[in-house]
Design a protein around this ligand. Structure first.
Ligand SMILES: Cc1cc2nc3c(=O)[nH]c(=O)nc-3n(C[C@H](O)[C@H](O)[C@H](O)COP(=O)(O)OP(=O)(O)OC[C@H]3O[C@@H](n4cnc5c(N)ncnc54)[C@H](O)[C@@H]3O)c2cc1C
Length: 420
């Protein structure tokens, strides 16, 4: 196939991986620029909860959240924490974040926009995994959202109704059915919702690496360098600067996760991007192996079998990307994990802890589409809590926008122009 353009994809996380493959398959010459191993522990794509859930359409910012913010400043054990010393720097982002979920109308807008990217997530991933020769990396056994009782579920009724309204199939389960589906679960959880169309990735880091390996097989180059900025001439991208020089290209895509905003800023594109820092703790070779992913309503964490290990991931910590990991947060997850699966036996030697950065915009939507300042430059970042899930849909949308084709979904909600 004749190569149309030389496109540099900056970043080899799940977004960069899917985008690179999409562009190679469309006949472009692609170079992936990534300083580390693809899907390595530096990337959010390595350590995430592995959920591919159609129910993930509800953003973090929902009406009434602002009332809880003072508590987050001092809560050592809750699911969301804000580091008090970072508060002055975070204020503009936080303000936009709270505003984005201030009303039901705003929540509905964001949920619809996320839904457009999340729809058919498992089917898209299954097709992709099959294509790259690793069908085993995606499973569809449904996802369980569990609650201490029906009242706890009803306290979230607005968001579950919105999910239903937007087409997410949810089956309510009483205690007996729940116990039958997941016998290892604590009796503390007596009500559940089964999202049968949901699935999981069985090893997100390996999945990302395998997509890149496949893209390379189809002809993509991989350059182990860190991008530091975009080179342009007369408002048109001509290359990507890195520590070893400049990689000349016709087009470039910024998909560097939390570091994307710095690269975008090199052409004057300003995006408020903060790290919603998250953690996981894994039990290697666990004696309890749940048959499907579970999210308990009180722990707000994803419990998933990943590569034979039981992984609990979650927590939102707003501080700074430079701050060292606060491993207490991972131990909070461990506490919940033990309470969720009372038969689980844990020894310190069997534990693995990880911290990573969700690349998050304040309005809970990614930035997908052309730069405002530099022709030939495109952005694909800011996927926050749903980057694994939405990566194939993002890649497809970006490919259409880059080739100036009419996309299947409305790209307006993801445009960088919403940030003024
Ligand atoms: C605890 C936790 C749980 C999560 N759970 C889920 C879940 O269950 N389901 C879901 O869908 N999503 C989940 N997410 C979110 C998801 O992991 C992210 O949205 C997604 O991984 C982002 O992918 P990315 O490719 O944009 O960024 P990353 O995966 O962070 O990749 C960015 C890549 O860019 C590279 N890079 C950085 N700087 C440069 C540079 N200057 N030049 C070149 N390359 C650079 C990095 O080395 C890295 O490899 C979770 C995240 C966390 C932290």
């Amino acid at each position: 196939m004749e190569h149309q353009k030389h496109i540099v994809v900056i970043g080899g996380g799940i977004i960069g991986a899917c985008t690179a493959l999409e562009l190679v398959e469309r006949g472009h010459r692609v170079t992936i620029l990534e300083p580390d191993q693809p899907g390595g522990p530096q990337a959010a794509s390595y350590g995430n909860g592995a959920f591919i859930s159609p129910a993930s359409i509800i953003p973090m910012s929902v009406p009434g959240l602002w009332r809880k913010v003072p508590g987050y400043l001092f809560d050592r054990n809750g699911p969301l924490s804000i580091e008090p010393l970072s508060l002055p720097r975070l204020m503009p982002w936080l303000w936009r974040f709270l505003n984005a979920g201030r009303t039901q109308a705003k929540l509905r807008y964001t949920a619809r926009a996320l839904n457009a990217l999340l729809q058919n997530g498992v089917a898209r991933h299954q097709a992709l995994a099959q294509k790259i020769g690793h069908a085993d990396l995606i499973r569809q056994d449904g996802l369980l959202y569990v609650f201490p009782d029906r009242a706890a579920f009803e306290a979230e009724t607005t968001t579950w109704s919105l999910r239903r309204e937007l087409g997410v199939n949810c089956r309510e389960l009483g205690h007996a059915e729940l116990k039958e589906l997941e016998p290892t679960l604590s009796d503390h959880y007596r009500f559940g919702v089964l999202v049968a169309e949901g699935g999981q990735c069985t090893d997100p880091g390996r999945y990302t690496a395998s997509i890149i390996a496949y893209a390379r097989k189809l002809g993509a180059d991989y350059v182990t360098r860190r991008a530091s900025g975009i080179v342009q001439e007369g408002g048109q991208v001509t290359g990507v600067r890195h520590e070893g020089g400049v990689l000349a290209c016709d087009m470039a895509v910024v998909a560097a996760g939390i570091h994307s905003a710095d690269i975008a800023r090199s052409v004057g594109d300003k995006v408020p991007l903060e790290a919603e820092r998250g953690y996981h703790i894994e039990v290697v070779d666990p004696n309890v192996t749940p048959s499907r992913p579970v999210m308990p309503s009180d722990g707000k964490m994803a419990n998933t079998m990943v590569a034979g290990r039981l992984r609990a991931s979650g927590q939102v910590e707003l501080s700074s990307t430079e701050a060292p990991p606060n491993w207490h947060r991972a131990d909070v997850l461990l506490g919940h994990l033990k309470a969720t699966y009372p038969d689980l036996k844990v020894t310190e030697g069997a534990l693995r802890r990880w911290q990573g950065n969700r690349p998050s915009t304040p309005d809970g939507l990614p930035v997908i589409g052309p730069s405002r300042r530099c022709s030939g430059l495109f952005h694909a970042f800011g996927h926050g809590h749903v980057g694994l899930n939405t990566a194939p849909a993002t890649a497809r949308l970006l490919g259409d926008l880059l080739e100036n084709k009419r996309p299947e979904i409305d790209a307006a909600p993801y445009s960088i122009s919403r940030f003024g």
